[in-house]
Structures are given as structure tokens and as C-alpha cells.
Design a protein around this ligand. Structure first.
Ligand code: CP
Ligand code: NVA
Length: 301
């Protein structure tokens, strides 16, 4: 009997032991890109993206190819999701053709709709609510750099957005202390708030890692002017880093807007783990595909 389909819409879709196993598998995939080179032979993954992407798209495409599978990319102009036809029809039909779907949506409920109607695993490649694939790579990067996760302190400074939601979920699962500083009107969703501060200088105290993301996420462009004003005190710069632990490192999911949420000086400094973090998307996404796609040995077609 084929085992039950697993989706990956948020980190809550895996248990803490499964998350640790995913990080171990990520390390294995990073050590050898050729390992598992035929694991997805004969399988196809569809990437259905309503928003632009560089890292997520390329990491998944390369991961699938290195695992011996094939990819179909469907941008918003290709299928006009929700406009030309409803998500439930796309999900039902697409999953008769392919073996897994990576969906990048605006509303998180659209990613959930994909999972509800698809008959294959659905991976959230970023929604307005969560970015669990990013968090996998982020947790791996922390473990790779510090040799541990338990007891680390990460400070997230900026917008209470999708990236923070998934980072917070992962930190809570694996014993990383997370402090957060956002403007009062831009707090993360309830439940992921943790140790919240309005003043970024409070949040960075004793932190070994400072994490930030854009102030204007995709889909919020009409709020840009207002956001740039409100978020000014939340810039990650050398002055803010002086209040963190000595030698604190900096993370950013990318793309970054220099001179907005982070200075060029900090981006280019030896403190930055940002490019390693981006590279690790490839290895982490490969581990995730192996976890979701090789546990169901047979599909009934
Ligand atoms: N970090 C991230 O998801 O980047 P892309 O939007 O380029 O995929
Ligand atoms: N918060 C950003 C992340 C991009 C990877 C956005 O949603 O646009």
C-alpha cells in the first residue's frame, strides 16, 4: 500500500525529529552532490509560481535534476492561477501529471487549497504566511556554522512576515532562542511572537545571529512609501550590531535591498552568512524532495 501523502506547507508539517533528520540529510546532500543521483528517476516536479523567484526556483530545479528527475515550470502568465481556472482544478489535474508540486502563492490559503486537492505532495515555495523551505536552509546554516542549534540566540529585526513565521517555528522546534523586533503595527502573527521588542537594540542584546528580510514583501508594493518610513529604525547596520554578541553573524534570505533593511557594509562584511545560506537552499530542498517523494514508493498509475 502506498503510504499517506505528506505536504510541506509550514514547518508544523514535520515533527522535530523529522526536522532534525532533514538537516542531517541536507548535510549529506551537501557533502556529495552525486549522492542520490537517480532517486527521482522517472519522476516530475511542477513549479507553480505566482511571484518571481531566483533562489527557490533554481534550487528546486537543480535539486530535481541532480536527483535524476524532471521539472515543469509554470509562471503566472502560463496558467493564470485562480483567474483562468480555480486552484482546485489546477491541483487535481496537475497532480495526475506530476509527482510533486512546489507552489509559490500570495495567499497562504491558496497553498492550502493546492494541498487539499492535489494527489501528490505539495511544497510551499513561499506564501504570504510562511516560507518553510527558507527556514530549512536557515536552520541548517546555523547548525553548520555554529556546530549546534540548542542555546543559540537569533535576533530577527524588521517586518513580521512569512520568513519570520517559519524561522520562529523552526527555532521553537529545535531549541534556538529567538528575539524579535518589529514596529508595533507589523508584529508577526500571534503564536510566533516569542520575545518581542519594539526597540531593535533590545532584541539584539547577546544575539549571536542577526537576521533580517525586506521591508516590502512581494505583493505589498503599494505600501512601499509608508513602510520605508516606519521601518527606518530597524535597519541592520554596524551601529546596531555593536549591541549584539561579539562577532555576531548576519543572515538574510535574499533578495536584499541595500540601504533599506541592511547596509552594503554589513552585507559585504565577514559577518555575513548570507551566500552560504543561499547555497544551502539547494541542499535543503534536495533533502526535502527525498523525504517527501521517496517515501511513497508507488503511485497507482
Ligand atoms: N529567498 C528566496 O526565496 O529567494 P527567491 O525569492 O529568489 O526565491
Ligand atoms: N518576505 C519576502 C521574502 C522573499 C524571499 C517576500 O515575501 O517577498
Amino acid at each position: 500500500m502506498p503510504s499517506k501523502i505528506r505536504h510541506f506547507l509550514t514547518l508544523a508539517d514535520v515533527s522535530a525529529p523529522e526536522l532534525m533528520a532533514l538537516l542531517a540529510k541536507t548535510a549529506e546532500c551537501k557533502r556529495s552532490r552525486r549522492r542520490h543521483h537517480a532517486a527521482l528517476a522517472g519522476q516530475t516536479v511542477a513549479l507553480v509560481f505566482q511571484k518571481p523567484s531566483m533562489r527557490t526556483r533554481v534550487a528546486f530545479e537543480v535539486a530535481v535534476l541532480q536527483l535524476g528527475g524532471s521539472v515543469v515550470y509554470l509562471g503566472q502568465d502560463d496558467i493564470r492561477l485562480g483567474e483562468r481556472e480555480p486552484i482546485k482544478d489546477v491541483a487535481r489535474v496537475l497532480s495526475r501529471y506530476v509527482d510533486a508540486i512546489v507552489a509559490r502563492t500570495f495567499a497562504h490559503s491558496d497553498a492550502e487549497a493546492f494541498a487539499r486537492y492535489a494527489s501528490c505532495p505539495v511544497i510551499n515555495g513561499l506564501s504570504d504566511g510562511a516560507h518553510p523551505c527558507q527556514a530549512l536552509a536557515d536552520l541548517f546554516t546555523l547548525q553548520e556554522h555554529f556546530g549546534r542549534l540548542q542555546g543559540l540566540k537569533v535576533a530577527y529585526i524588521g517586518d513580521g512576515n512569512n520568513v519570520l513565521h517559519s524561522l520562529a517555528e523552526g527555532c521553537a522546534m529545535l531549541g534556538v532562542t529567538l528575539s524579535v523586533a518589529t514596529p508595533a503595527d507589523y508584529k508577526p502573527q500571534p503564536g510566533t511572537l516569542g520575545d518581542w521588542h519594539e526597540d531593535p537594540r533590545q532584541a539584539v542584546k547577546g544575539a549571536q545571529v542577526i537576521y533580517t528580510d525586506v521591508w516590502v514583501s512581494m505583493g505589498q508594493e503599494q505600501e512601499r512609501e509608508q513602510r520605508l518610513k516606519v521601518f527606518q529604525p530597524y535597519q541592520v547596520n554596524e551601529a546596531l550590531l555593536k549591541g549584539a554578541a561579539a562577532g555576531a553573524r548576519v543572515m538574510h534570505c535574499l533578495p536584499a535591498h541595500r540601504a533599506e533593511e541592511i547596509t552594503d557594509e554589513v552585507m559585504e562584511s565577514p559577518r555575513s552568512l548570507i551566500v552560504d545560506q543561499a547555497e544551502n537552499r539547494l541542499h535543503a530542498q534536495k533533502a526535502l524532495l527525498l523525504f517527501l517523494m521517496t517515501r511513497t514508493k508507488t503511485r497507482s498509475r
